[in-house]
Design a protein around this ligand. Structure first.
Ligand code: SF4
Length: 299
């Protein structure tokens, strides 16, 4: 019933609904476009729609607003924050920059607009390695706020990074012992994990990928069973795309409470009121946009 009301109203009002891969199934099912944060940012920018309801956490909607200043970007619950993004403040980042005045600042998109404004180039989990590889080896790099993504990139790129000590509370929950047990229970399975998980979890995996990469990998792989080490919304997404394959959460408690704050009721309310609108002051947006666009030029 609510689903039909949402689909009807969004059509009448010409609203596009974008949803992250970690959203609850009811939200995934009403979305016009689903994806990881990079894909959704590009989609928001390129979409021929004046009004976008962004079902994700606040930094994602902010990124969309920064890239599309002429569009109305709505988030159904502005309290859907990201604890990882809040682990770095612009003041603290400025202090670190003063200690390393020649360093290039690479910031994960899981960060506030104010922190992006202090950044030279952004990255996502899908392109972090390419972004770091694009920086001359002679330059120091400050990488934040996710230390796990940073140490994975550091190992892949074979260079030291100055890591911010932040982490995602959801991706920190996985246990290497549990993954070893699951591998025994499902011989021949492939373990895919998100690079936000700690290094000891990556060591138990076959591949570390962002959510968009996981979708492509599962489609290309000959394997039929996958152990999935990321937020559990991704398991529903994978099962929907590949109903003939088997996807097992590496930990069924890996739930991002903030992502789950977006509900069909809140989406319906947003459709009725066309709010709450996400705005970023132009002074901050201009500097943040430059860091995001530099990333997009790379991949
Ligand atoms: S899963 Fe982690 S990084 Fe992603 S929004 Fe939730 S807390 Fe933030």
């Amino acid at each position: 019933m609510i689903k039909e009301e949402i689909l009807d109203l969004k059509k009448k009002k010409g609203v596009s609904i974008l949803a992250h891969n970690y959203q609850i199934p009811e939200i995934q099912d009403i979305a016009d476009h689903l994806g990881d944060s990079l894909a959704l940012s590009r989609r928001a920018r390129d979409l021929d729609a004046d009004i976008i309801i962004f079902c994700g956490v606040l930094f994602m909607a902010e990124t969309a607003a920064i890239l599309s200043p002429d569009k109305k970007i709505i988030i159904p619950d502005p309290k859907a924050g990201c604890p990882l993004a809040d682990m770095v403040t612009p003041e603290a980042l400025r202090e670190l920059k003063q200690k390393h005045p020649d360093a290039v600042v690479v910031t994960y998109v899981n960060s506030t607009a104010e922190v992006k404004a202090e950044t030279d180039i952004c990255c996502t989990s899908a392109n972090a390695l390419e972004v770091v590889n694009s920086i001359p080896k002679s330059r120091e790099i400050i990488f934040g706020p996710d230390r796990n993504l940073g140490s994975w990139v550091s190992a892949q790129a074979g260079r030291d990074l100055i890591l911010w000590d932040g982490y995602c509370i959801v991706h920190q929950m996985f246990s290497a012992d549990r993954i070893r047990e699951l591998k025994k229970e499902h011989p021949g399975s492939v373990v895919m994990v998100h690079p936000e998980v700690p290094p000891e979890i990556i060591n138990e995996s076959d591949v570390a990928l962002g959510t968009g990469g996981m979708i492509r990998f599962a489609g290309d792989s000959d394997s039929n069973t996958f152990i999935v080490g990321t937020e559990t919304g991704m398991v529903y997404r994978l099962k929907t795309i590949y109903p003939g394959k088997n996807f097992i959460p590496a930990f069924s408690g890996a739930i991002c409470r903030n992502m789950k704050k977006i509900t069909p009721e809140k989406v319906l309310r947003s459709l009725k009121t066309l709010g709450p609108v996400v705005t970023v002051p132009e002074k901050i947006a201009r500097r943040a946009r430059s860091a995001i666009e530099k990333m997009m030029e790379i991949k």
